[in-house]
Design a protein around this ligand. Sequence first.
Ligand SMILES: [Fe+2]
Length: 324
Amino acid sequence: MLDKQTRRGFLFGAGAVCLSSTGCVAHAALSGAKHDDSLSIIMSDAHIAQPKKKTIWGEQPDYQNVICSRTIDKILEMRPLPRRVVVLGDVALWFGYRADYEVAFTLFKRLKDAGIDVHLAPGNHDHREPMISVFPECAERSPVKGRIASIVNLGTCDLFLLDSLQASDKGEGANNPVSGQLDAKQASWLADAAGKAKRPFIVASHHPVDELTYKEKPLSDFLVNKKFYSGYINGHVHRWSSVWCHKGWGGRTTTRAVSVPSVGWWGDIGFTVMRTKSDCAELTNEQSDFFILSPLGKGEARPASWDTIIKENNGCKCTFTYNS
Ligand SMILES: [Fe+2]
């Protein structure tokens, strides 16, 4: 399968060309399709690239662009259509080039043309300035100046989408620190928004909650004490996992923490579907593949464990029980 994906990428040349032609077909078939306000797609780590760009480690590959395009095909085939797609960072491949975001724009435009809202957060491989120059709504929506944060209405709960990028000061083309950070201005906004919440909320960012701090203490300790806090979703790890967390041994509040797959770069490959209900939000893992650290080369044997991973992970569900 991966050989085929890679081959298709090469056959079609630059991802953007094949993506827009597929998009026209999909768009024509979409007229009249209904959207479900309670239905969201949460995806992460698309690592979209301008193909053939020469970098310090050679030319940027584009197989991940093709897998992302196929993911968008699947989303556009859903009936009803989801109301929104949330991307938890690492939109760009590695160095956050403006041209990488332009390819991502072509991909995500197919969703927008179908009336699906697209919400982006940055990851450690993104750079805010070129990202905002291609997706200006990222900055326009953000309640924190200079950051790409937002509150996304998921139906019966809200998603507080954080910007956990710890940027280098070198901008496009530079490596950022791998670790995440919640700066003081954003932490203050989060505290205010969490304190004013009138209904359940889930928090999401590129980095996992246990890698972030609030006023030099674990972010999870701060969140778990907030009324309505119902769980956390992260990207970055490129692996599907779902765990229950609680604070210390004294408290009884238990919340969900979920790590979602990479759209198509490495690791667990897929996306997740969230349905919000009256008392909970359910997340389902739609996993199509697994590879590490790149798709197999021609004639290379596929490890049996990769298929076991897909079998175990695909279709896994978890529930964010609303805390009130
Ligand atoms: Fe990533």
